[in-house]
Design a binder for this molecule. Sequence first.
Ligand SMILES: [Zn+2]
Length: 82
Amino acid sequence: MSAKPCRGCGKLVVFAKDPDGKWQVLDASAPVWRQSGVKEGVAQVVRDSKAMVSHFSTCADANKFSASKKPERNFYEAEGAD
Ligand SMILES: [Zn+2]
C-alpha cells in the first residue's frame, strides 16, 4: 500500500478497493477513533489504526472532484460571499 499526493490539495492519499470493487481515496494518516461505549454520559473512544477516512471528506479541493458540491459553490457565488 503506497501513498501518493492528491491532485487537488497535495496531501498523501491511499487508493484502495472496497468490497464492491470500487476505488476509494483515503487519507494516509488521518487519525481515526472508534467509539467503544458510553460511560457516565461521556463517549469512550479507542484509536483504530486500521480504519481510514475518505479523502473526499477532508480534501480542501474536494469541490474539484465532486459534482454534488457545484450547486453549493454557485449559491455562494450568487450571494457574493467570499
Ligand atoms: Zn485532496
